[in-house]
Ligand binder design. Sequence first.
Ligand code: SAH
Length: 270
Amino acid sequence: MNRPTSSFATGSCTLVGAGPGDPELLTIKAVKAIQAATVLLVDDLVSESILSSYARPGARIVHVGKRGGCKSTPQAFIERLMITAAHEGETVVRLKGGDPFIFGRGGEEVEHLREAGIECTVINGITAGLAAATSLGVPLTHRDHAQGVVFVTGHAKTGAGAHEDATDWRALAATAHNARLTLVIYMGVAGAGHIERELLHGLPGDTPVAVVQHASLPQQRHIATTLDRLQAGIAEAGLASPAVIVVGDVLRGLAAAALPLGSDAGRFGT
Ligand code: SAH
């Protein structure tokens, strides 16, 4: 949409949360924004059916994740694309998995767009950790078990050392234990051994843990185990990214319920 008063034909940019995968978990606002978009920059974990159902014919769709076969598109390139398209007057939607402001660098994108003088709005999505717990029928908080929840990344800040991360897992474990908090760990599967060892400094080995892969999608799978079996359980079940690890007493009873491995979808909330 051109704004004649501007030196540029300034369009707009909206960061849209696509939710955890199930298209029915999109918000109505997200659907409207996708339908209005003339340019869509789409992350890896966004379901193709969302685009085929809601993107307008003729909209330019750019996949900026790893699915194309190559390494993920550099962040600076994605941001330049968004800024250029918005300056050309396009209605740009940046479609991101889950919620745009839970990991995934949404905060940085908004800063850079605003610095470039582009109007930028954000539409929330259901974050993967929430969907993962709900799909098992488990709340993230509970008056008897957890007074709060921590969303934390298990991904090492890139550098030479494989999983030499900035997260102080021991401090986090002690706090989770003392303050009774549920931990929801994103991007933690690759570093599960390290995370397990560190968390065991502050949390008992029998603390319940669940790992949920492809939450909300038909191919969803999960394991329910204990913290001292986190890495072993992941390896035995062959779980891989994208998955979230949930740690805490809100999961008590889940192992006893003995939900089998396999397709979980449709069990709760999805
Ligand atoms: N903004 C996203 C998170 C991006 S980080 C959100 O709010 O959900 C990417 C990580 O999210 C993955 O490595 C994985 O840990 C988690 N994730 C995303 N989609 C998932 C899904 N459907 N099931 C399980 N984990 C998922």
